[in-house]
Design a protein around this ligand. Structure first.
Ligand code: PLP
Length: 432
């Protein structure tokens, strides 16, 4: 963990006099440095969008705005968040259940491309597009019939799922486009997002080669002009010590892709979520009790899975570090364990509220802060915040200007352009 992150958290806790400390800290500077390093390796025809579902915090969207080609959203609500930050940045609108009202909102807010995921959705869109001066640009999201995709814990394609169009329905979609959509909807290419959290860069590159070949074959067979192939997100984060996704190896393989060379007029886009933000978020929770039960230690935290559901959702142990806090003003002894194993749990009345089981700690005391690392993606945003009505955490941000105010403060500092790429922290991470 960065020293600046530790310093901030310790100071913030010391200042929180009323209540035990519980906060998210997002390292915006770290996100920006990583994205710049990633962009410096991308082939010329590639574009990087941020899928905001991973973390739709406005300050994160704002921090990424100068660097990414745009944002991927999966609801009208997400679209409006992006539009709060920028009226004009390109937005891609995906998701399996778009209502007519959401599609209409997307058109009103000038979405750049809609990822169409069903025949009905295509017809809805064609109807809504009537009378527009410009056709609506779409990508068809495809669910491939193949067993060759990498195995990960989360798959959206290559098997029966509600996502995208079964490739057997492609001809039907193209017939609708030709016969009903002419002048109203413009086909720009294909979208694929078949899986999430893939740690294997080589397999990921091979999957994208497969997407490109499929798209090229369809383009030839059906006489389609292929402007864009969007290969989705899915670059993985290693939470429990497996080797991390190697962006360097991946971009090298993509740069050398024969399939990409054979499509000289086609752009290749990516829309990752997790990989851009996961490593730059920290969830800090103060220990409010330490107890032993049936010969095992439990540390009860101010906070838990209602703020950070990822370890419960995935069944993993969230990595953490203990930040000792000296504050103790009570007349009774301060509970403490040394060189023990302890299970870190939240404040909810359910045994599922578990952040890390049987962790070895050197020393842990009531009042210390446990900081869960890799908490920037799919943590707060996927959690059941109001179960048991405990207070929400505070949100703080680390920026180049050392601003670490709460989320209501507007960040005046906006980096200009992305020319000063630094591989710094991200290179270090990738090399581990
Ligand atoms: C269509 C689509 N694009 C992009 C993403 C981002 O995926 P990840 O966070 O794994 O990169 C998702 C995640 O579910 C998705 O459904």
């Amino acid at each position: 963990m960065k020293d600046t992150v530790k310093e901030r958290l310790v100071k913030l806790q010391a200042a929180s006099l009323e209540e035990p400390f519980c906060a998210y800290l997002y390292d915006l500077e770290g996100i920006q440095a990583q994205v710049q390093a990633m962009l410096s390796r991308l082939p010329e025809r590639a574009g990087l969008f941020y899928a905001i579902k991973a973390n739709p915090d406005l300050r994160i969207i704002e921090a990424l705005l100068p660097y990414v080609a745009g944002f991927e959203v999966a609801s009208a609500g997400e679209l409006l968040k992006v539009r709060e930050v920028s009226a004009s940045v390109p937005v891609l609108f995906g998701g399996p259940g778009k209502t007519a009202a959401e599609l209409a909102t997307a058109l009103r807010h000038n979405v750049a491309y809609i990822h169409v995921e069903s025949l009905l959705e295509l017809r809805r869109l064609i109807q809504l597009a009537e009378g527009r001066s410009e056709p609506v640009r779409i990508l068809l999201r495809m669910n491939l019939r193949t067993s060759t995709l990498p195995e990960t814990g989360i798959t959206m394609g290559g098997r029966p799922t509600p996502f995208g169009l079964d490739e057997d329905l492609l001809e039907a979609a193209l017939t609708i486009l030709r016969e009903e959509g002419r002048g109203r909807v413009h086909f720009s290419g294909f979208h694929f997002h078949s899986l999430s959290n893939n740690l294997n860069a080589r397999l990921h590159a091979e999957m994208i080669e497969f997407y490109l070949r499929k798209a090229a074959m369809w383009s030839e067979r059906y006489g389609l002009k292929l402007e864009i192939v969007n290969a989705g997100g899915g670059f993985g984060i290693s939470y429990e010590g497996a080797p991390p996704f190697d962006w360097w190896a991946f971009t090298e393989l993509i740069g050398a892709s024969e399939a990409l060379k054979e499509l000289p007029g086609t752009k290749l886009w990516f829309e990752p979520g997790r990989y851009l933000v996961a490593n730059h978020g920290y969830y800090a929770a103060e220990v409010i009790d330490l107890k032993s039960s049936h010969d095992q230690y439990f540390a009860v935290l101010r906070g838990g899975t209602h703020h950070h559901r990822l370890p419960a959702s995935w069944g993993h142990n969230q990595p953490f570090e203990v930040l000792p806090a000296e504050r103790w003003s009570h007349p009774f002894p301060r509970p403490e364990i040394r060189q023990e194993k302890v299970t870190l749990v939240g404040e909810l009345c359910t045994p599922k509220d578990r952040m890390h089981a049987n962790a070895a700690v050197e020393r842990l005391r009531v009042g210390d802060i446990v900081v869960f690392q890799q908490s920037g993606a799919y943590c707060w945003t996927i959690s059941h915040h109001d179960f048991l009505s405990h207070p929400h955490p505070q949100f703080y941000y680390l920026t180049e200007g050392n601003d670490y105010g709460d989320r209501n403060q507007v960040n005046q500092h906006r980096p200009q352009g992305c020319s000063s790429a630094s591989n710094g922290g991200f290179a270090e991470h990738a090399a581990k």
